[in-house]
Design a protein around this ligand. Structure first.
Ligand code: GDP
Ligand code: MG
Length: 307
């Protein structure tokens, strides 16, 4: 009468696979193709750099959620650039991105021959703890012979072309397999409107920091308060928060010149991101000492440790 119990293999067959999620740190020399690869992996045109990075959240440059894995991509600006006199804070942040990584992608331009070992390129004493995939990019630009040569020299490297997309789906699967079992780190719809909001606020903050240089160091936060994707042009209302009244004057500038310029530059980046004309309504407000105010930080989307 009773149903036949499933045998072991069948039982396992019916268990849904655990999702995997984690941080994927991307490192490569200038021109290796990092931005091109990111745009491929994330599947929309974006590549954000944080010139004054502070926390993991602010180093997030892209998120890709597949059926069973979520890749949260972190940047390491300048880490592998021998010419860049990196500010100590930036190098420290890039090194933290290696420590935070669940998987590291060491991206190299295959047209430049066999890349140096990662420890040498990054000038670090020992290999990072996370599993690393060496990725040979631009294989589309190699002759068959050249391709065979580099692959023979580096049999474990993953050959791709970020430009044509060749090898990229396989790379995403290899990364996913190496991520820890974990629930999603960001909401699944972070690749929808939610993420456009998220990336828009990151772009605004980045633009403000670029244009303010050191005048309001770390003092600017951004909140996107309204995002109407269905409108044409797309309507975005956003606020730049500063900590003090004096900083507000600096951000606004003489006769509003500075805020207009920030808005203009940011709008162009956001238009590239959403792929449509954008109307950006940008204001400046004082939120006293927001960096020390947990409620303000949460409101601005910062994740704080519990307790
Ligand atoms: P990044 O400095 O590491 O971010 O490199 P970019 O993504 O900006 O790419 C640098 C240059 O290499 C650009 O001109 C890209 O179009 C080109 N590039 C990137 N990936 C590929 C690829 O797979 N094949 C070829 N032929 N060119 C590529
Ligand atoms: Mg780039």
């Amino acid at each position: 009468m009773g149903s036949t119990p499933l045998d072991r293999t069948e039982r396992f067959h019916y268990l849904p696979p655990m999702p995997r999620a984690g941080f994927v740190t991307v490192a490569g020399r200038p021109n290796a193709g990092k931005s091109t690869l990111l745009n491929r992996i994330v599947g929309q045109k974006l590549s954000i750099t944080s010139p004054k990075p502070q926390s993991t959240r602010e180093r997030v440059i892209g998120i890709r959620t597949t059926e069973d894995a979520q890749l949260v991509l972190l940047d390491t600006p300048g880490l592998l650039d021998p010419r860049s006199a990196l500010q100590r804070a930036m190098r420290a942040s890039a090194l933290r991105a290696l420590d935070d990584a669940d998987v590291i992608l060491y991206l190299a331009d295959a047209t430049q021959g066999v890349p140096p070992p990662f420890t040498e390129a990054a000038r670090i004493p020992s290999s990072p703890a996370a599993p690393m995939l060496t990725v040979l990019n631009k294989i589309d630009a190699l002759s068959d012979g050249q391709r065979q040569d580099v692959q023979r020299a580096m049999p474990d490297a993953v050959p791709i072309s970020a430009l044509t997309g060749r090898g990229v789906p396989a790379l995403v699967r290899m990364v996913a397999e190496r991520l820890p079992e974990s629930p999603w780190l960001y909401p699944e719809d972070e690749i929808g409107t939610q993420s456009l909001r998220f990336f828009t606020s990151e772009l605004l903050r980045e633009t403000a920091l670029e244009q303010l240089d050191q005048e309001v160091p770390y003092g600017v936060a951004c909140a996107v308060e309204e995002f109407r994707e269905e409108r044409s042009p797309v309507y975005i209302r956003a606020v730049l928060y500063v900590e003090r009244e004096s900083q507000k004057g600096i951000v606004i500038g003489h006769g509003g010149a500075r805020i207009r310029e920030i808005g203009r530059a940011a709008r162009q980046k956001v238009e590239a991101l959403v792929g449509a004309p954008v109307y950006l309504d940008l204001r400046v407000k004082v939120l006293a000492n927001w960096r020390k105010n947990p409620a303000a930080l949460r409101r601005l989307g910062y994740t704080l440790p519990e307790g």
